[in-house]
Write a protein that binds this ligand. Sequence first.
Ligand SMILES: [Zn+2]
Length: 363
Amino acid sequence: MKTFLMFALGLSMMTNAIAHKIETGFLVIDPDHNLLKEISKNPEMIIDHVSKMGFEVYGSKNLVNFLTAKKAQFSELLPVQSKMGADYPTPENVIKKMQSLEKQFPKLITLIEIGKSVEGRSLMFAKITAPAKLNNLAMAQRPEFKYVANMHGDEIVGRELMVKFIEDLAKNYGTDSRITKLLDSVQIYIMPSMNPDGAMKRVRANSNGVDLNRSFPDFTTVDNQNTLGKREPEILAMMKFQSQHHFKLSANFHGGAEVVNYPFDTQADVFPLDNLVQNMSLNYSRKIPYLWNSTEFEHGITNGYKWYEVDGGMQDWSYHWYGDLQLTIELTKTKWPAFSTVDRTYLDNRDSLLGYIEEMAKF
Ligand SMILES: [Zn+2]
C-alpha cells in the first residue's frame, strides 16, 4: 500500500512537472462546451480564452490526435506571421526605450533588472516614484504597486501600453495633478514584458515551451509550497522580487479576450474580498466602452474560476502568499493586432490604468 501511494504521489508530481509544456495549440469550435468539460478533466491540457464559440487549448504534440479522435472542429494556432508583427519593437528595443526614459527622467524612473529570460534577455521593471531616490523610512512608508504585462509572449498589447504608461507618467509629473499626486504617494513598478523570448518568437510560452501563467506555486495542487525549486527563470525572478517587496495591489495584462478577471482562478470558493475585487474590476471596465458594453461578459468583468479554472496562475499566487491583490486584465480580442491600433487602446485604457492605482488609497 505504502509503495503504491508513493508511486501514485510520484506520478502525480511528475504529471504536475510536465503539465505546463506547450508543444502545440488549437482554437476549438465548441459552442455547447461539451468538449471543454471533458478536456477540463485533463490537467496536462491548458485551456485559455473560453468564449461562446469555443476555446483555446495548448499541450503536447498528441493533442492533435486527441482532438481528431473526438471529431472536434479545430484549427492550429501558429506563431504570429512576421509581416503582421513588423511594426512592433523587438524586446531589445523595448529595453532601449526604457533606458532612454530613465536617462531622460532620472528624478522619477529607476530601472530594476530582476533576472534574465531563458535566452538571457533582460527582465526589467521601471520603478516610478517622486523622488526616485527615497530614503529608507520614506520607502518603508510609501505603498508599493505593480503592473506586469506580456507573460504570454504573443499577447503583445499590454507590453506596448506599459511602455507608453511609463512615459506618460514621467512626462506629466508636475503638470498633471492626478499623476503628480500618484507619483508623490505610491511606488509604482511596471514590467512591460515578463516573457521577452516568447515575444521575440511571437508565441505564448517561454523558450523552454512552458506556460508562465500556469507555473507559479498553486495552493490547491501538489505544487502547493511557495518554494523556488526547479522553476523557469522568469518565474524564479518574479518570485524573488515579490518576496523582497510589500505589494498591496497589482495587475497583469493579457490578450485574446476583452475582460477584467478577478480571483480566484484556481478554485470555486468565493474570494475573501469578493466585493472589493468586483468593484475594482467594474471601476476599471466602467470607463472603457468596449469592456463595459461587452456582449460576452456582463460589464466586461468575470470571476476567474467561473470563466475557466487556471492552476498555477500569478494572480492567485500573489494574494495567497503575499496578500497582494491582483487582477488579470485581458485587453484586446486579437492578441497581436496591427501596431497602428495600440495608440487607440492606450487612450481607451489610460484613465483606468491611473484609476486602478488610485484604488490603493481605499485600503
Ligand atoms: Zn495570457
